[in-house]
Write a protein that binds this ligand. Structure first.
Ligand SMILES: *[C@@H]1O[C@H](CO)[C@@H](O)[C@H](O)[C@H]1NC(C)=O
Ligand SMILES: *[C@@H]1O[C@H](CO)[C@@H](O)[C@H](O)[C@H]1NC(C)=O
Ligand SMILES: *[C@@H]1O[C@H](CO)[C@@H](O)[C@H](O)[C@H]1NC(C)=O
Ligand SMILES: *[C@@H]1O[C@H](CO)[C@@H](O)[C@H](O)[C@H]1NC(C)=O
Length: 635
């Protein structure tokens, strides 16, 4: 069935509904196991779909991206619903603004796209903790993605909120949702808990009805399918041209800090797509547009390697929604099988180079503690994790004092590899070193008995795949200093995002302890820029580049744009969508530089450019772990 006819049916339905009539034949979507195909309103149907995650795209751009997908010849989209994006603390839900998933689904339908919904509860997706809320870890030994009663209770509550909201958007009920995934790639999870999958299936059925096509997605091998599938669910596979339905055909691949930028050639993608379509397969391209891990939303893989802010994925639409060669190559292939829509494709959105912005030094994190720590210090003998401190994301400052004289360099260590994930260490206001999960577990310190030891710990994103998703953050085990276990900690949970949007940060103090040549205390910087008058169509999208800055976090007008780490690569520029910029007031750029800003010898700056750089040389040897498949499988 062609896309155009699909659009016509929807339009017709809309008209009939408006007239208060009901359709003669009910809308239906089902699996015809005998003929091995889907049936939509009785006719055989195949989807050509692309993945798009609304949580990685500003709401104002949803329509543009969806329209581009439609114009490529797709008749469906696939999206995840990350639980932690919506239920931010138990029972507290956000479904507005960029998190308005209902609006996203309605837009898809208006444009003429069907929806394949992947509501989890676990979604993987290179998203913090695979979409599971960190507060589930309040129960320390919870077995996630299993029949653990506390986990099930939370899932039941969440699905009790989400699924009734989704029900009106099912195809049978007049909406665009044709199929709904249960869990995600469960076959590759160690728990292999059939009761859990059965419970979810029952839960989904009870809220969505018996007609909806529920499916599972797994790796294309018997081993994965064994644990991932159960009766009553339609089994699909991630990449593997053997199957008839493919849920994740990778158009590109993810990146990690410290590993080379991944690319997959358009020729290979087009060739594989052609083969799958020639076979009559249903195809979903993962990703069709990757988007951005704004704020703290990126996930990580194990052995610990965090994903960068950009989730460009080398997808057919770039991070910023730009049309690429791969987009047109895919469109050419689809054209051979289906009539594709006529009319103009929305153009690539223009980018503007706002130029150089001079940055001024503000306070260090330590100097601003009283403004950053809304809840005040917490004392405990041994260090507490982020979750114990009721903080999900960002940074926590751990403070204690040296219990013994360390006039000779004394090793400060995390013998159990408990720095999750990176720690910036200072003694009496002087930076002394950086500890890093799996990599750097010891740093030498010197100081007198009673000297103040400050350790700012950064949560770099929770592991989103495999059995280590119970990823506690902060100091998750004791630190030792020489032969002593450090104790008597004071911990400051930091509300940095709130402090920045409320404009609480102040100027730097004139006196600062002299710092070593290559390291400084974590410090805030600020600059402003004005969007020029007289140029039409500003503000436009842009990219921020931080030449010679090392590692940290950027906010623009209080919006958390994400992490930067050009010292490691491969990502160098961060995508800045136009909707966070203002023409009415000077735009405020706030940077938290964790290691060292290029400002010791005079003024320093950041730059706004019109071209992204995501593929710089990397300065680390992080080996990308094998997920279900490496991209070589595409070759
Ligand atoms: C710490 O200092 C000791 C003694 O100076 C030295 O042998 C050791 O290599 C240092 N360790 C680190 C991690 O710098
Ligand atoms: C730290 O060590 C103490 C004493 O051995 C122990 O009771 C405590 O559980 C440890 N804390 C952590 C977070 O490992
Ligand atoms: C930037 O900060 C200043 C001072 O707090 C404020 O007046 C201005 O509105 C901010 N600009 C934007 C675009 O929010
Ligand atoms: C990065 O990508 C750009 C654009 O595709 C390309 O021109 C450039 O050669 C690449 N650089 C590296 C170091 O691979």
């Amino acid at each position: 069935m062609s896309v155009l006819r699909c659009g016509c049916i929807l339009l017709l339905l809309l008209q009939l509904l408006l007239l208060g009539h009901s359709l003669g034949a009910p809308r239906s979507f089902s699996v015809d196991y005998k003929s091995d195909c889907f049936r939509k309103d009785g006719e055989s149907f195949r989807y050509i779909s692309g993945s798009i995650h609304y949580s990685r795209i500003p709401r104002v751009y949803w329509k543009d991206r969806l329209l581009k997908m439609y114009m490529a010849g797709l008749n469906a989209i696939q999206t995840y619903i990350p639980w932690n994006y919506h239920e931010v603390s138990p029972g507290q839900y956000i479904f507005t603004g960029d998190r308005d998933v209902e609006y996203f689904i309605k837009l898809a339908q208006d444009i003429g796209l069907l929806v394949i919904l992947r509501p989890g509860p676990y979604v993987c997706g290179e998203w913090d903790m695979g979409g599971l809320p960190a507060w589930l870890l309040n129960k320390k030994d919870i077995v996630l993605r299993s029949s653990d009663p506390d986990y099930i209770a939370a899932v039941d509550k969440w699905m009790g909120k989400l699924l009734p909201m989704m029900k009106p958007y099912l195809y049978q009920n007049g909406g665009p949702i044709i199929t709904v995934q249960v869990e995600n790639e469960y076959g590759s999870y160690f728990a292999c808990d059939y009761n859990y999958l059965r419970h979810l299936t029952k839960l989904f059925r009870s809220y969505l009805g018996k007609e909806v096509v529920l499916f599972t997605t797994d790796g294309a091998s018997v081993g994965y399918l064994k644990c991932g599938t159960i009766q009553d669910l339609y089994a699909t596979v991630d990449f593997g041209p053997g199957g008839n339905v493919n849920s994740e055909f990778y158009t590109g691949w993810l990146d990690h800090w410290g590993s080379r930028h991944s690319v997959v050639s358009s020729t290979i993608v087009a060739k594989t797509l052609n083969e799958m379509l020639a076979m009559g397969a249903n195809v979903n391209m993962y990703m069709f547009i990757g988007g951005t891990n704004f704020g703290y939303w990126n996930g990580a893989n194990s052995p610990y390697g965090a994903q960068p802010t950009s989730y460009d994925y080398d997808a057919p639409l770039s991070e910023a929604g730009d049309l690429t060669e791969k987009y047109f190559a895919i469109q050419e292939v689809i054209k051979m099988y289906h009539k594709i829509p006529e009319g103009p494709i929305p153009p690539t959105t223009p980018k503007y180079a706002y130029g150089t912005v001079v940055m001024k030094k503000l306070q260090t994190v330590t100097d601003a503690l009283d403004k950053l720590s809304f809840s005040g210090p917490v004392k405990s003998r041994y260090p507490q994790t982020f979750i114990e401190l009721e903080q999900a994301f960002g940074y926590v400052l751990y403070r204690t004092s040296l219990p013994v004289d360390c006039s000779a360099p004394t090793p400060l260590s995390s013998p159990l590899n408990g720095i999750h994930d990176r720690a910036y260490v200072s003694v009496d206001g002087v930076a002394v070193g950086i500890l890093e999960r799996n990599k750097v577990l010891t740093v030498n310190v010197t100081g007198k008995t009673g000297s103040q030891l400050d350790i700012l710990v950064e949560n770099q994103g929770r592991i989103n795949y495999g059995k280590e998703i119970n990823d506690f953050k902060g100091l998750v085990s004791n630190l030792t200093l020489g032969a002593n276990t450090l104790d008597n900690w004071i911990m400051y949970s930091l509300s940095i995002d709130e402090a920045i949007s409320q404009g609480l940060l102040g100027e730097t103090k004139p006196r600062d302890a002299p710092q070593p040549a290559t390291l400084s205390l974590p410090t805030f910087y600020e600059g402003t820029f004005i969007i020029p008058d007289g140029i039409p169509d500003l503000p436009q999208d842009t990219y921020i580049k931080l030449p010679k800055w090392r590692k940290g976090q950027v906010w623009i007008n209080g919006f958390n744009v994400g992490r930067y780490w050009p010292a490691r690569g491969p990502q160098v520029t961060l995508y800045v969508p136009a909707n966070i910029l203002s023409t009415a007031a000077p735009n405020n750029v706030t940077v938290l530089e964790l290691e060292q800003a290029p400002c010791s010898s005079g003024p320093c700056s950041v730059e706004f450019t019109a071209t992204p750089i995501l593929n710089a040389t990397v300065h680390s040897d992080y080996k990308q772990p094998r997920r279900l498949f490496v991209k070589d499988d595409l070759l």
